[in-house]
Design a protein. Sequence first.
Length: 153
Amino acid sequence: MKMLKKLLFVSIATTGLLVACPNMDKHSGDAGNHGVKSAHKSPDGILGDLYENASFKQKREILQIEYDFRKAVKKQTEKFKEYREAVWFDIKNLQIDLEEAKYDRNSSKATAILHRIVKKKEELRKSKQDEKNLHYLLDEDRIKKINEVLKVK
């Protein structure tokens, strides 16, 4: 019982300290920055130290590359989204046709419609995969350009 009371006291004290000072660990890595923090965190795929040591001109170029990357991704994503919506619409129409074929008990027509639905679903899957591949290539190109700006090989 005594041990439980001690553990309870320790947990209450620790909780009190954590509540009183929630961001104690945020100041542990600021020794080299001399109190000056970058307004922009390092881009994904780029080491933070490389970005922090970059000149302001390089940081501006990197920011422009990031902006262009996001704009390109948004543009391409929109194209894929519009295409997938059109394919989705076709699938829904085919499903209505399938219901009609089942109602008419026309099994050959129903089978043909099912094959078309499967092909459309495969188009959707392929479109999603193509979008992921394109995003990967754009991201790879972005990192390559940033490394050129930072003169990293």
